[in-house]
Ligand binder design. Structure first.
Ligand code: F6P
Length: 322
């Protein structure tokens, strides 16, 4: 394979730039021409395809966001546009594509693969919701960003003896809430994968209050089936303590990637290049038990998520008031 392309798609994630850098430089190092495709599949359809050189990815390793920019493409959900995308790659002589993104981006890649393009999926999303891999690029940075906020929130919550609900991103996956709740010492962690009713949440907060806790901290995933503002109102009424909500929103998506995200991004993208160089079939690159793995792209999308119930139990045990 002589010419390959790289794009970032869907929600941006810290570490995407590190993956782009490794893809471009490893490709050039193997004697291939590497093209950057702007704005994900949208840019592919519009022919926004530029040749990348060693220096075009200089000084980006430490930056959040993505220099290639990103988009969610509704056009690419339709077969005729996928066909158009494949034609566009053919026009540029690009035989292999590295897609850095989440499950929607991988699905787009799998459709392109059906049209004869070799597609390597590199998991980039803060949500950690691709079940075939233990971690996605950006997740570690986002968890650490949330932890930083929780640390600040603890101070002010204790000073005012308040309950604070921190609603974090994650779409339908509770991993951001779970990992931040566990490491941030939340009193209650709420995730879409596990039920917890209002009376149980109130009981937990009251128990903490009775045991002398100065504040209550609830970390709630956005996919949990309750509205944070309504929960705060109910808790105020039932516990007599003021309650506040904090929604960090897009702050979770930005920022300089952690060492773990830079490393994951670098080794995964390097692997993707190696597979393209060896004319491999389409694959998803991931990490399992600390080791790099590769799996057929379509099969990877079919892996069922397994929620870390052990970590959830532990987080909630440690958050109890006694
Ligand atoms: O997939 C990443 C993510 O940040 C989710 O956690 C969140 O639900 C969603 O993207 C927000 O999407 P948008 O950027 O389109 O508002």
């Amino acid at each position: 394979m002589k010419k390959i392309g790289v794009l970032t798609s869907g929600g941006d994630a810290p570490g995407m730039n590190a993956a782009v850098r490794a893809a471009v430089r490893c490709g050039i190092d193997r004697g291939m021409e590497v093209y950057g495709i702007k704005r994900g599949y949208e840019g592919l359809l519009d022919g926004e395809i530029v040749n990348m050189n060693w220096q075009s990815v200089g000084d980006i390793l430490q930056r959040g966001g993505t220099i290639l920019r990103t988009a969610r493409s509704s056009r690419f959900m339709e077969d005729e546009w996928v066909q158009h995308g494949a034609k566009m790659l053919e026009t540029f002589g690009i035989e292999g594509l590295i897609v850095i993104g989440g499950d929607g981006s991988f699905r787009g890649g799998a459709e392109l693969a059906k049209k004869g393009i070799s597609v390597m999926g590199v998991p980039g999303t803060i949500d950690n919701d691709l079940a075939y891999t233990d971690y996605t690029i950006g997740f570690d940075t986002a968890v650490n960003t949330i932890l930083g906020m929780i640390t600040n929130i603890r101070d002010t919550s204790s000073a005012h003896e308040r309950t604070t609900i921190v609603e974090v991103m994650g779409r339908r996956c509770g991993d951001l809430a779970l990992f931040a709740g566990l490491a941030g010492g939340a009193d209650v962690t709420l995730v879409p994968e596990m039920e917890c009713d209002l009376s149980e949440i109130c009981r937990r907060v009251l128990e903490g209050q009775a045991s002398g806790k100065l504040h209550s901290l609830i970390v709630m995933a956005e996919g949990f089936n309750m509205d944070a503002a309504e929960l705060a109102k109910t808790l105020e009424e039932m516990t007599g303590r003021e309650a506040r909500t904090v929604v960090p929103g897009y702050i979770q998506r930005g920022g300089s990637p952690t060492e773990k995200d830079r490393r994951l991004a670098t080794v995964m993208a390097a692997k993707a290049v190696e597979l393209l160089y060896n004319d491999s079939d389409s694959k998803a690159i991931g990490v399992s038990a600390g080791e790099l793995i590769e799996m057929d792209l379509v099969e990877a999308l079919q892996v069922k998520p397994v929620f870390r119930a052990d970590l959830y139990e532990l987080a909630n045990i440690l958050g109890k008031g006694k």
